[in-house]
Design a protein around this ligand. Structure first.
Ligand code: SF4
Length: 84
């Protein structure tokens, strides 16, 4: 199966069932994403709340198209701009 698809499935799994190690990694990445011009608002803020990483709640990466709450919580794919 396509790596990008697997990455996003894995990211959403880790969003739904959080674990400490992934959350620490995700927080580091989210700090970078939150400052990035490719991070843009979506309409997902209400349906995909991110209580533990507020700075990327409802945002997506406009380069790869991924929802950031899932993107930062997977370890298959990397930042398309090589920022993390
Ligand atoms: S994944 Fe990379 S390009 Fe996308 S918003 Fe985060 S830092 Fe920016």
């Amino acid at each position: 199966m396509d790596n990008k698809f697997m990455a996003i499935v894995s990211g959403f799994k880790n969003y739904a069932f959080q674990n400490k190690e992934i959350e620490e990694l995700a927080l580091e990445r989210a700090r970078i994403c939150a400052e990035c011009p490719f991070a843009v608002e979506t309409m997902f803020k209400q349906i995909l709340p991110d209580d533990s990483i507020k700075q990327i709640e409802g945002l997506k990466c406009s380069d790869c198209g991924c929802i950031l709450s899932a993107k930062v919580r997977q370890i298959i794919d990397s930042c398309p701009q090589h920022k993390w």
